[in-house]
Design a protein around this ligand. Structure first.
Ligand SMILES: CC(C)(COP(=O)(O)OP(=O)(O)OC[C@H]1O[C@@H](n2cnc3c(N)ncnc32)[C@H](O)[C@@H]1OP(=O)(O)O)[C@@H](O)C(=O)NCCC(=O)NCCS
Length: 151
């Protein structure tokens, strides 16, 4: 049975493995174990038979904006609606916090377009979000596409 729930510290190694798999294929950005432990409260996971098979995170950027981050579903579980399930759960969490808009920076914009997200110019996002970008080794030409969704 597959369940969606907030991440626990015991999930972090599984989350790290999934993200590193896609990061090594240039589909996501790398995340250190240290960052994942520090950001654990932002993460939800999908668990199947005690194994983390998908993850995603919600990072509050400002009073009216949050970012969907680190979304990934293990290869063998893709195209079964799990990515959509995680995004929907993170959107609900944003709504509960009183946030009406989410955004994502993704190398895979077509998935988010399918979910109703709209492509925008990255320059339209608040300056604050660039803090993480400027520290990234791919800055300034990473090629991630910005998309937003009104909740
Ligand atoms: C992107 C990703 C999370 C999608 O997860 P998934 O579980 O396969 O997606 P779902 O099954 O929930 O798909 C939901 C819808 O999006 C569509 N979709 C899924 N992947 C797609 C893609 N790459 N391009 C276009 N549409 C896509 C599905 O067909 C489905 O549409 P439908 O409801 O009309 O059938 C997954 O492919 C993944 O982990 N990719 C590698 C990491 C990555 O790119 N993360 C993106 C954020 S940085």
């Amino acid at each position: 049975m597959t369940i969606i729930r907030p991440a626990k510290v015991t999930d972090i190694k599984g989350i790290h493995e999934i993200i590193e798999y896609y990061a090594s294929n240039k589909k996501m950005l790398h995340k250190s174990l240290n960052t994942l432990y520090e950001d654990i409260q932002e993460f939800v996971v999908l668990e199947n038979n005690n194994k983390v098979i998908a993850c995603g995170a919600l990072h509050v950027s400002w009073e009216d904006l949050a970012e969907i981050k680190s979304l990934a579903v293990l290869d063998e579980y893709q195209r079964q609606g799990l990515g959509r399930k995680i995004v929907s759960n993170l959107q609900k969490n944003a709504k509960k916090l009183g946030i009406n808009k989410v955004f994502v920076l993704s190398f895979n914009p077509e998935f988010f377009v399918k979910l109703g997200y709209k492509k925008i110019q990255k320059d339209n996002l608040p300056h604050k979000i660039w803090r993480e970008c400027v520290d990234c080794h791919l800055f300034p030409g990473c090629g991630e596409i910005a998309l937003t969704f009104d909740l």
